[in-house]
Design a protein around this ligand. Structure first.
Ligand SMILES: Nc1ncnc2c1ncn2[C@@H]1O[C@H](COP(=O)(O)OP(=O)(O)O)[C@@H](O)[C@H]1O
Ligand SMILES: [Mg+2]
Length: 254
């Protein structure tokens, strides 16, 4: 039986396919929230790959491994990045997620829910795929933002994740972000393709939260291990994520 939908301020950023821009989007969104005076916690849910800290050029002294071993509290794994912007890094290469007991995971979830009370937003940057741990992390969030590109594998994986939300998860609010779009129009086409598949097979089509255009400055900023907003605050992709952040801060999309 599916769980009740939790109502909380936790957003999970998902995609199914890797390399679509989840981590970059999560960081950029978090920074825009923080700059607007919202307290935000970015949780790197892609355990072992340490996405967030590498993109930001951080070497966090704390991460999830000791929390997962039950040796410290989740709050102790927080790194204060900038004003209003905290991070829980995922660098835990020695941890095999499959070996973590359900009771440990449940305790982690409880601690994250408690921590979330101290923030306006918690963003969980999920790993690729739809395996157990991804599902577990997604189940903590009341809203899943599915990032998709125009690549066929991205579309099918995004569909698989949306299906998971409507079948196995607790039916969180689901929104779509089209990333790396050649133009607004191309982005709309990508969304329409996903939407049509969802409507015909799931009888449900998640709303579009926004379109982010392809922008070479994104790669340049990642190479420089600097958040895009610090690197080129008015570049196309930054403007597109800013529009999404405003939507999330001002009105709750369906
Ligand atoms: N809007 C964009 N424009 C151009 N390149 C992008 C954009 N978004 C993401 N990328 C590229 O995609 C790569 C993968 O991003 P990443 O956030 O690591 O993806 P994921 O977390 O989904 O695996 C980045 O290194 C960057 O070069
Ligand atoms: Mg990532």
């Amino acid at each position: 039986m599916k769980e009740e939908q939790p109502y909380n301020n936790i957003l999970a950023v998902a995609s199914g396919k890797g390399g679509v821009g989840k981590t970059w989007f999560s960081i950029t969104l978090a920074q825009l929230f923080a700059r607007s005076g919202r307290r935000v916690l970015l949780f790197d849910g892609d355990i072992g790959l340490a996405n967030v800290d590498v993109q930001l050029g951080l070497t966090p002294r704390k991460d999830l491994s000791s929390v997962i071993r039950g040796e410290s509290k989740l709050a102790d794994a927080i790194t204060h990045y900038t004003t209003n912007f905290d991070i829980i890094a995922g660098r835990s290469g020695s941890i095999n997620m499959a070996s973590i007991s359900l009771s440990r995971l449940t305790a982690l979830k409880q601690e994250l829910l408690e921590l979330a009370r101290g923030y306006d937003f918690v963003i969980i940057d999920l790993g690729a795929g739809i395996e157990q741990y991804v599902q577990f992390m997604a189940s903590i969030a009341s809203r899943c933002i599915v990032v998709v590109t125009d690549e066929p594998t991205s579309l099918t994986d995004a569909y698989a994740f949306i299906k998971l939300c409507t079948t196995k998860l607790h039916n969180p609010a689901v929104n779509v972000v089209v990333n790396q779009a050649a133009s607004q129009k191309e982005g709309e086409k990508t969304f329409a393709a996903l939407s049509t598949a969802c409507q015909s097979f799931l009888k449900f089509s998640p709303p579009l939260l926004g379109i982010i255009r392809k922008d070479n400055k994104v790669r340049d900023a990642i190479r420089a291990q600097t958040p895009l907003i610090d690197f080129a605050s008015h570049t196309t992709a930054a403007t597109d994520v800013a529009a999404i952040s405003i939507k999330l801060m001002t009105k709750v999309p369906a």
